[in-house]
Design a protein around this ligand. Sequence first.
Ligand code: PLP
Length: 368
Amino acid sequence: MLEIHLDRLRWNYLSLQKRLKKGTDCAAVVKADAYGLGAAPVVTELYKANCRHFYVAHASEGIVVRDALNSLAPHGEKGKPGGKSGDAQIYVLHGPRGVPAEEFSQAGLIPVLNTPQDIEHWAGFARKTEKRQPALLHFDTGMNRLGLAALPDKTMLQQLDIRYVMSHLACADEPDHPKNGEQLNAFKRLTAALGLPCRLSLANSAGIFLGADYHFDQARPGCALYGINPATTGQNPMQGVVTLKTRVLQTRDAGKGETVGYGASYKVSIPSKLATISAGYADGILRSFAKSGAVFIHGQRCPVVGRVSMDLLVVDVTKTVCSVNDWAEIVGEHQSVDAVAAAAGTIGYEILTALGHRYKRAYLGQEE
Ligand SMILES: *Cc1c(COP(=O)(O)O)cnc(C)c1O
């Protein structure tokens, strides 16, 4: 059972918005199906919390977001299809090429232009439609991933309606990293040299916590909305949004010298009680979680023994009362997404986006 607490998602969004300096808009990054939580319910809830800017990676994801927003009932008229969400902006990080330009534009998507070729392509569409088509401009300021490396052709830009100029931070989760200040300065330098009156966006979740200098006109948090700690150190200021629990399918006693699971990699050293849990690597429980991972049954920590298989894992319940059909909590009040990630040697982002689609899902705490 995968429970997604929409009330906590809203709380996280509002608390991030509150942290931003006055005049800064808080967007929401909802790429990869809202980090695995479900784009449609997440976007719907964020829209109700007054979020009006959404980022996806692919155009196809943007169409899902637009459909979700279009089916929103306008306030005060419950149950009636709205189309009232036309005030929401959807930005496509991977640029304008996922679908034909006409389709892109008709779905109300705004491309992030990352290359001179992107700019040419979108300016061509603007000339064809005799309309200054909306777009975002992305400068690379040191990440060397996506974004323009140099100032673009200005006559081409003048054919477009540049809504924001953005860049992306590489090390925002390490507040003392010198790269943060370097990127901030590069961003200021580039946007000044561009010489266009443009709104600016730099900060991801962790960037928000670097302070007001990084906020500009719009912030783009993703992970913090979904309860991941945006800083690598210190207490998590966000609320956990996900509860993941699954049933005990079987319990058994194992004697000294017996082995557990594939490869017989774990050998029982004292007479033990084992429980087999209905979750495996096909459900996003990484194989590397076996090394030091655990689940919680009746609030007791039960370590994983043996390898994680596709659909199952086995835990040691010698020290707890455990019966068939009991709940085993993987993520929840006893164990955060970040803790699961640490045990698996990865980051919370990878745990959430790997959750898969076999769990029964429940969306709780929706605003009426
Ligand atoms: C994914 C992404 C974000 C969100 O980052 P978080 O660390 O999840 O807050 C912001 N901006 C860009 C360009 C991204 O690709």
